[in-house]
Design a protein around this ligand. Sequence first.
Ligand SMILES: NC(=O)c1ccc[n+]([C@@H]2O[C@H](COP(=O)([O-])OP(=O)(O)OC[C@H]3O[C@@H](n4cnc5c(N)ncnc54)[C@H](OP(=O)(O)O)[C@@H]3O)[C@@H](O)[C@H]2O)c1
Length: 186
Amino acid sequence: MRAYGLVGAGEITAAIVEGLSADVADPPAVFLSPRGRQVAHELAGRLDAASVIVLAIRPDVAQQVVAELEFRPDHVVLSAVAGMPLATLRAWTAPAAHVVRTIPLPQAARRHSLTALFPDHPVARDLFEPLGGVVVPPDEPTLDAFSAATATFAAHLDYLTTIAGWLAGHGVEPAAADAYVTHLFA
Ligand SMILES: NC(=O)c1ccc[n+]([C@@H]2O[C@H](COP(=O)([O-])OP(=O)(O)OC[C@H]3O[C@@H](n4cnc5c(N)ncnc54)[C@H](OP(=O)(O)O)[C@@H]3O)[C@@H](O)[C@H]2O)c1
């Protein structure tokens, strides 16, 4: 079975791991690289076992983190790093043969993430189709458009939080205000 090495142990990694593992009889092997464990040789050892490397770190630290890893020609790199172009990722991860940009969503935890990715690759499909499906745009600029659209979700959540706060300010118990707004926009 395929083994995944996830670099960065934040929100999106947690969602992917939960979606891959929860209620799954025979989940794939997953190797995590939390920052606290980032002694270079130990990290390299953990990722040695993986044929697929998922980059789930923020753009501002990505180059520094990736520079400490050693990629092999047989590695497939799936990058979730927002906005990082393929050409840059390929240069950073050489000699890895294949690099795919992906936009997984937190809904991956419930296997409801429609994950935009480019270019198309069977390894990326194997990971993300069970987590809610994939959408593959025709080119990289179109993937960037998906990325921009995805970013509006944070503003949407802020909007809902503002409404719930307003409701709570009008005498509704805060948990009940949250529950009502969740129901209203569900
Ligand atoms: N969240 C989303 O909905 C979403 C959707 C699509 C794409 N993305 C992209 O996915 C990437 C990860 O997002 P996220 O939301 O999962 O971010 P996050 O929750 O902030 O997680 C980032 C992880 O990277 C770790 N990290 C930071 N510096 C590191 C280092 N030097 N070495 C190793 N690990 C390090 C952080 O460790 P610490 O906890 O110790 O800081 C944290 O565990 C970002 O590029 C983001 O734009 C996110």
